[in-house]
Design a binder for this molecule. Structure first.
Ligand SMILES: Nc1ncnc2c1ncn2[C@@H]1O[C@H](COP(=O)(O)OP(=O)(O)O)[C@@H](O)[C@H]1O
Ligand SMILES: NC(=O)OP(=O)(O)O
Length: 320
Protein backbone atom coordinates (compact mmCIF):
# COMPACT_ATOMS: atom_id res chain seq x y z
CA UNK A 1 0.00 0.00 0.00
CA UNK A 2 2.66 2.53 1.10
CA UNK A 3 5.88 2.44 -0.95
CA UNK A 4 9.20 2.06 0.93
CA UNK A 5 10.80 5.17 2.46
CA UNK A 6 7.97 7.47 1.43
CA UNK A 7 7.43 11.08 2.47
CA UNK A 8 3.97 11.12 4.02
CA UNK A 9 1.81 13.99 5.24
CA UNK A 10 -0.76 12.83 7.81
CA UNK A 11 -3.77 15.07 8.40
CA UNK A 12 -5.56 14.46 11.71
CA UNK A 13 -9.15 15.63 12.08
CA UNK A 14 -9.94 18.09 14.86
CA UNK A 15 -13.06 16.06 15.69
CA UNK A 16 -11.04 12.84 15.62
CA UNK A 17 -8.63 14.39 18.15
CA UNK A 18 -11.55 14.92 20.53
CA UNK A 19 -12.63 11.30 20.33
CA UNK A 20 -15.52 11.78 22.78
CA UNK A 21 -17.21 15.16 22.09
CA UNK A 22 -18.75 14.99 25.61
CA UNK A 23 -15.34 14.64 27.28
CA UNK A 24 -13.21 17.59 26.20
CA UNK A 25 -10.88 17.45 29.20
CA UNK A 26 -7.15 17.75 28.57
CA UNK A 27 -6.77 14.26 30.07
CA UNK A 28 -9.09 12.73 27.46
CA UNK A 29 -7.40 14.65 24.64
CA UNK A 30 -3.92 13.50 25.74
CA UNK A 31 -5.18 9.90 25.74
CA UNK A 32 -6.49 10.36 22.17
CA UNK A 33 -3.13 11.85 21.17
CA UNK A 34 -1.42 8.76 22.64
CA UNK A 35 -3.70 6.44 20.65
CA UNK A 36 -3.04 8.56 17.56
CA UNK A 37 0.72 8.38 18.05
CA UNK A 38 0.86 4.60 17.59
CA UNK A 39 0.01 4.34 13.86
CA UNK A 40 2.10 7.47 13.21
CA UNK A 41 5.16 5.97 14.91
CA UNK A 42 4.55 2.67 13.05
CA UNK A 43 5.18 4.64 9.85
CA UNK A 44 8.28 6.33 11.29
CA UNK A 45 9.60 2.95 12.45
CA UNK A 46 9.07 1.58 8.95
CA UNK A 47 11.46 4.24 7.62
CA UNK A 48 8.99 6.82 6.27
CA UNK A 49 9.41 10.58 6.65
CA UNK A 50 6.30 11.78 8.44
CA UNK A 51 4.88 15.29 8.60
CA UNK A 52 1.81 15.76 10.79
CA UNK A 53 -0.95 18.30 10.21
CA UNK A 54 -4.10 18.55 12.28
CA UNK A 55 -7.47 20.21 12.54
CA UNK A 56 -8.71 22.47 15.33
CA UNK A 57 -12.42 23.02 14.62
CA UNK A 58 -13.75 21.90 18.02
CA UNK A 59 -10.71 23.21 19.92
CA UNK A 60 -10.53 26.73 18.45
CA UNK A 61 -14.30 27.08 18.83
CA UNK A 62 -14.00 26.13 22.51
CA UNK A 63 -11.13 28.60 23.09
CA UNK A 64 -13.09 31.41 21.41
CA UNK A 65 -16.24 30.53 23.38
CA UNK A 66 -14.29 30.54 26.66
CA UNK A 67 -12.98 34.04 25.96
CA UNK A 68 -16.42 35.24 24.84
CA UNK A 69 -17.98 33.99 28.08
CA UNK A 70 -15.21 35.55 30.15
CA UNK A 71 -15.39 38.95 28.41
CA UNK A 72 -19.21 38.94 28.65
CA UNK A 73 -18.87 38.45 32.43
CA UNK A 74 -16.03 40.98 32.84
CA UNK A 75 -16.01 43.92 30.44
CA UNK A 76 -12.42 44.80 31.48
CA UNK A 77 -11.09 41.64 29.87
CA UNK A 78 -9.85 42.24 26.30
CA UNK A 79 -11.44 40.31 23.41
CA UNK A 80 -9.03 37.63 22.22
CA UNK A 81 -8.93 37.78 18.39
CA UNK A 82 -9.56 34.65 16.30
CA UNK A 83 -5.98 34.36 14.89
CA UNK A 84 -4.56 34.34 18.43
CA UNK A 85 -7.09 31.65 19.41
CA UNK A 86 -6.00 29.63 16.36
CA UNK A 87 -2.35 29.97 17.38
CA UNK A 88 -3.26 28.81 20.91
CA UNK A 89 -4.98 25.74 19.49
CA UNK A 90 -1.88 24.92 17.41
CA UNK A 91 0.24 25.26 20.52
CA UNK A 92 -1.74 22.99 22.80
CA UNK A 93 -2.64 20.34 20.24
CA UNK A 94 0.99 20.33 19.04
CA UNK A 95 2.13 19.95 22.65
CA UNK A 96 -0.17 16.92 23.14
CA UNK A 97 0.95 15.32 19.88
CA UNK A 98 4.67 15.92 20.35
CA UNK A 99 4.51 14.56 23.89
CA UNK A 100 2.61 11.44 22.74
CA UNK A 101 4.80 10.82 19.66
CA UNK A 102 8.01 11.35 21.64
CA UNK A 103 6.88 8.89 24.32
CA UNK A 104 6.05 6.27 21.68
CA UNK A 105 9.39 6.80 19.90
CA UNK A 106 11.40 6.60 23.15
CA UNK A 107 9.64 3.35 24.11
CA UNK A 108 10.49 1.87 20.71
CA UNK A 109 14.10 3.18 21.01
CA UNK A 110 13.73 5.36 17.92
CA UNK A 111 16.31 8.12 18.11
CA UNK A 112 14.38 11.00 16.55
CA UNK A 113 13.18 14.44 17.60
CA UNK A 114 9.62 15.71 17.23
CA UNK A 115 8.44 19.30 17.44
CA UNK A 116 5.68 21.72 16.48
CA UNK A 117 6.10 24.68 14.16
CA UNK A 118 3.42 27.30 14.80
CA UNK A 119 2.57 27.89 11.18
CA UNK A 120 1.11 30.85 9.31
CA UNK A 121 -0.70 30.32 6.03
CA UNK A 122 -1.16 33.15 3.54
CA UNK A 123 -4.71 33.65 2.25
CA UNK A 124 -6.17 35.99 -0.37
CA UNK A 125 -8.22 38.95 0.92
CA UNK A 126 -10.55 38.52 -2.08
CA UNK A 127 -11.18 34.80 -1.37
CA UNK A 128 -14.96 34.24 -1.70
CA UNK A 129 -14.77 32.16 1.52
CA UNK A 130 -14.78 35.46 3.46
CA UNK A 131 -18.30 36.24 2.17
CA UNK A 132 -19.85 32.85 2.93
CA UNK A 133 -18.97 31.16 6.24
CA UNK A 134 -18.77 27.35 5.86
CA UNK A 135 -16.28 26.02 8.41
CA UNK A 136 -17.86 24.38 11.49
CA UNK A 137 -16.07 25.17 14.74
CA UNK A 138 -16.68 24.43 18.41
CA UNK A 139 -19.14 22.11 20.10
CA UNK A 140 -22.37 20.59 18.76
CA UNK A 141 -25.77 22.07 19.76
CA UNK A 142 -29.42 21.08 19.25
CA UNK A 143 -31.68 23.19 17.03
CA UNK A 144 -33.14 25.27 19.86
CA UNK A 145 -29.71 26.04 21.37
CA UNK A 146 -28.46 26.94 17.90
CA UNK A 147 -31.33 29.40 17.37
CA UNK A 148 -30.58 31.04 20.74
CA UNK A 149 -26.89 31.40 19.87
CA UNK A 150 -27.80 33.00 16.52
CA UNK A 151 -30.07 35.47 18.32
CA UNK A 152 -27.91 36.21 21.37
CA UNK A 153 -24.37 35.99 19.98
CA UNK A 154 -24.96 36.77 16.29
CA UNK A 155 -23.32 33.47 15.28
CA UNK A 156 -24.06 31.74 11.99
CA UNK A 157 -25.10 28.16 12.90
CA UNK A 158 -25.36 25.24 10.46
CA UNK A 159 -26.24 21.55 10.73
CA UNK A 160 -23.09 19.37 10.53
CA UNK A 161 -23.47 15.91 8.91
CA UNK A 162 -26.40 14.78 11.08
CA UNK A 163 -24.41 15.35 14.30
CA UNK A 164 -26.05 18.60 15.45
CA UNK A 165 -25.63 22.35 14.89
CA UNK A 166 -22.28 24.16 15.00
CA UNK A 167 -21.07 27.71 14.57
CA UNK A 168 -19.60 28.30 11.11
CA UNK A 169 -16.86 30.80 10.24
CA UNK A 170 -15.12 31.95 7.06
CA UNK A 171 -12.71 29.46 5.53
CA UNK A 172 -10.44 30.89 2.82
CA UNK A 173 -8.19 28.61 0.77
CA UNK A 174 -4.46 28.40 1.55
CA UNK A 175 -2.18 30.24 -0.90
CA UNK A 176 1.24 29.65 0.66
CA UNK A 177 2.76 28.23 3.85
CA UNK A 178 5.06 30.84 5.40
CA UNK A 179 7.20 28.45 7.45
CA UNK A 180 7.43 25.74 4.73
CA UNK A 181 11.19 26.26 4.08
CA UNK A 182 11.92 25.68 7.75
CA UNK A 183 9.65 22.62 7.88
CA UNK A 184 11.48 21.24 4.83
CA UNK A 185 14.88 21.72 6.53
CA UNK A 186 13.67 19.89 9.64
CA UNK A 187 12.17 17.01 7.63
CA UNK A 188 15.26 16.73 5.39
CA UNK A 189 17.31 16.37 8.59
CA UNK A 190 15.21 13.47 9.84
CA UNK A 191 12.99 15.27 12.34
CA UNK A 192 9.28 14.63 12.80
CA UNK A 193 7.37 17.90 12.34
CA UNK A 194 3.87 18.97 13.33
CA UNK A 195 2.80 21.86 11.10
CA UNK A 196 -0.22 23.77 9.71
CA UNK A 197 -2.17 22.94 12.88
CA UNK A 198 -5.79 23.98 12.41
CA UNK A 199 -4.93 24.69 8.78
CA UNK A 200 -2.38 27.28 9.98
CA UNK A 201 -3.11 30.79 11.26
CA UNK A 202 -4.62 32.61 8.25
CA UNK A 203 -2.61 35.73 7.40
CA UNK A 204 -2.69 38.43 4.71
CA UNK A 205 0.66 39.32 3.16
CA UNK A 206 0.87 43.13 3.34
CA UNK A 207 4.33 43.20 1.73
CA UNK A 208 7.72 44.12 3.18
CA UNK A 209 7.53 41.13 5.57
CA UNK A 210 4.29 42.30 7.22
CA UNK A 211 1.78 39.51 7.88
CA UNK A 212 -1.64 40.29 9.34
CA UNK A 213 -3.80 37.63 11.02
CA UNK A 214 -7.43 37.39 9.88
CA UNK A 215 -10.48 35.94 11.69
CA UNK A 216 -11.07 32.66 9.82
CA UNK A 217 -10.25 28.96 9.98
CA UNK A 218 -8.48 27.35 7.04
CA UNK A 219 -9.53 23.82 6.29
CA UNK A 220 -6.70 21.61 7.48
CA UNK A 221 -7.35 19.18 4.60
CA UNK A 222 -6.50 21.94 2.10
CA UNK A 223 -3.55 23.18 4.19
CA UNK A 224 -2.21 19.61 4.50
CA UNK A 225 -2.52 19.19 0.75
CA UNK A 226 -0.62 22.43 0.20
CA UNK A 227 2.17 21.30 2.55
CA UNK A 228 2.27 17.88 0.87
CA UNK A 229 2.73 19.54 -2.54
CA UNK A 230 5.36 22.02 -1.31
CA UNK A 231 7.38 19.26 0.42
CA UNK A 232 6.98 16.94 -2.58
CA UNK A 233 5.34 14.20 -0.48
CA UNK A 234 4.45 10.82 -1.99
CA UNK A 235 1.30 10.33 0.00
CA UNK A 236 -1.37 12.24 1.90
CA UNK A 237 -3.17 10.32 4.64
CA UNK A 238 -6.32 11.94 6.03
CA UNK A 239 -7.38 10.42 9.35
CA UNK A 240 -10.91 11.23 10.49
CA UNK A 241 -13.85 9.61 12.29
CA UNK A 242 -14.99 7.21 9.54
CA UNK A 243 -13.21 4.10 8.24
CA UNK A 244 -14.23 4.73 4.63
CA UNK A 245 -15.73 7.44 2.49
CA UNK A 246 -19.28 6.51 1.44
CA UNK A 247 -21.80 7.39 -1.21
CA UNK A 248 -25.38 7.93 -0.06
CA UNK A 249 -23.86 8.55 3.38
CA UNK A 250 -26.31 8.21 6.27
CA UNK A 251 -29.07 6.62 4.14
CA UNK A 252 -30.17 2.97 3.81
CA UNK A 253 -28.38 2.96 0.40
CA UNK A 254 -25.01 3.88 1.96
CA UNK A 255 -22.10 2.19 0.18
CA UNK A 256 -18.51 2.42 1.38
CA UNK A 257 -15.78 3.06 -1.16
CA UNK A 258 -12.41 1.25 -1.19
CA UNK A 259 -10.35 2.43 -4.16
CA UNK A 260 -11.62 5.20 -6.43
CA UNK A 261 -10.12 6.97 -9.41
CA UNK A 262 -10.06 10.72 -9.95
CA UNK A 263 -12.94 10.35 -12.43
CA UNK A 264 -15.11 8.41 -9.99
CA UNK A 265 -14.39 10.84 -7.15
CA UNK A 266 -15.35 13.81 -9.36
CA UNK A 267 -18.57 12.11 -10.46
CA UNK A 268 -19.60 11.35 -6.85
CA UNK A 269 -18.67 14.89 -5.85
CA UNK A 270 -20.88 16.37 -8.59
CA UNK A 271 -23.72 14.09 -7.48
CA UNK A 272 -23.45 15.67 -3.98
CA UNK A 273 -22.39 12.61 -1.99
CA UNK A 274 -19.88 14.48 0.20
CA UNK A 275 -21.06 16.97 2.81
CA UNK A 276 -19.63 20.52 2.60
CA UNK A 277 -17.50 21.39 5.65
CA UNK A 278 -16.78 17.74 6.48
CA UNK A 279 -16.17 15.08 3.77
CA UNK A 280 -16.21 17.38 0.74
CA UNK A 281 -12.95 19.22 1.61
CA UNK A 282 -11.22 15.87 2.24
CA UNK A 283 -12.20 14.51 -1.16
CA UNK A 284 -11.31 17.82 -2.85
CA UNK A 285 -7.89 17.88 -1.13
CA UNK A 286 -7.34 14.22 -2.04
CA UNK A 287 -8.14 14.94 -5.68
CA UNK A 288 -5.90 18.02 -5.82
CA UNK A 289 -2.94 16.09 -4.41
CA UNK A 290 -3.39 13.04 -6.63
CA UNK A 291 -3.78 15.23 -9.72
CA UNK A 292 -0.70 17.35 -8.90
CA UNK A 293 1.88 14.70 -9.94
CA UNK A 294 1.73 11.14 -11.28
CA UNK A 295 2.17 8.44 -8.63
CA UNK A 296 0.78 10.45 -5.75
CA UNK A 297 -2.05 8.90 -3.74
CA UNK A 298 -4.35 9.80 -0.89
CA UNK A 299 -5.82 7.55 1.78
CA UNK A 300 -8.84 8.54 3.86
CA UNK A 301 -9.64 6.42 6.92
CA UNK A 302 -10.19 6.53 10.69
CA UNK A 303 -7.57 6.82 13.41
CA UNK A 304 -8.56 3.39 14.73
CA UNK A 305 -8.14 1.72 11.36
CA UNK A 306 -5.05 3.63 10.28
CA UNK A 307 -2.69 0.67 10.72
CA UNK A 308 -4.91 -1.72 8.72
CA UNK A 309 -5.54 0.91 6.05
CA UNK A 310 -1.83 1.66 5.64
CA UNK A 311 -1.36 -2.09 5.09
CA UNK A 312 -4.02 -1.86 2.36
CA UNK A 313 -6.72 -3.75 4.29
CA UNK A 314 -9.29 -0.96 4.56
CA UNK A 315 -9.87 2.80 4.07
CA UNK A 316 -10.62 4.69 0.87
CA UNK A 317 -7.74 5.29 -1.53
CA UNK A 318 -7.91 7.87 -4.31
CA UNK A 319 -5.50 7.08 -7.11
CA UNK A 320 -4.58 8.66 -10.44
N1 LIG B 1 -19.94 10.77 2.10
C1 LIG B 1 -19.47 10.66 3.34
N2 LIG B 1 -18.76 9.56 3.71
C2 LIG B 1 -18.28 9.44 4.96
N3 LIG B 1 -18.43 10.39 5.93
C3 LIG B 1 -19.11 11.52 5.62
C4 LIG B 1 -19.66 11.70 4.32
N4 LIG B 1 -20.28 12.91 4.29
C5 LIG B 1 -20.13 13.46 5.52
N5 LIG B 1 -19.43 12.63 6.34
C6 LIG B 1 -19.11 12.99 7.73
O1 LIG B 1 -17.85 13.65 7.68
C7 LIG B 1 -17.19 13.39 8.93
C8 LIG B 1 -15.72 13.77 8.78
O2 LIG B 1 -15.64 15.17 8.74
P1 LIG B 1 -15.17 16.03 10.01
O3 LIG B 1 -15.80 15.53 11.27
O4 LIG B 1 -15.32 17.46 9.65
O5 LIG B 1 -13.67 15.63 9.99
P2 LIG B 1 -12.41 15.92 10.87
O6 LIG B 1 -12.03 14.55 11.35
O7 LIG B 1 -11.45 16.48 9.87
O8 LIG B 1 -12.77 16.88 11.97
C9 LIG B 1 -17.47 11.94 9.18
O9 LIG B 1 -17.29 11.58 10.52
C10 LIG B 1 -18.94 11.83 8.72
O10 LIG B 1 -19.81 12.09 9.81
N1 LIG C 1 -9.12 23.53 10.73
C1 LIG C 1 -9.80 22.38 10.46
O1 LIG C 1 -9.93 21.96 9.32
O2 LIG C 1 -10.32 21.72 11.55
P1 LIG C 1 -11.17 20.37 11.60
O3 LIG C 1 -10.30 19.26 11.11
O4 LIG C 1 -11.50 20.22 13.04
O5 LIG C 1 -12.39 20.54 10.76
Amino acid sequence: MVNKNSRIVIALGGNALQADPKDTTAKAQIQTAKDTAKPIVDLIQDGHEVIIAHGNGPQVGQIVATYETATAANKDLPIMPFPECGAMSQGYIGYHLQQAIREEMVQRELKKEVGTVVTQVVVDEKDPGFQNPTKPVGSFFNEEEAKNLEKEMGFVMKEDSGRGYRRVVASPEPVDVVEAPMVRTLVDNGHVVITVGGGGVPVLDRGNGVLEGVPAVIDKDFASEKVAEILDADMLIILTAVEKVAINFGTPEEKELSEITIGEAKKYMEEGHFAPGSMLPKVKAALKFVESKPGRKTLITSLEKAKDAIEGKTGTTIVN
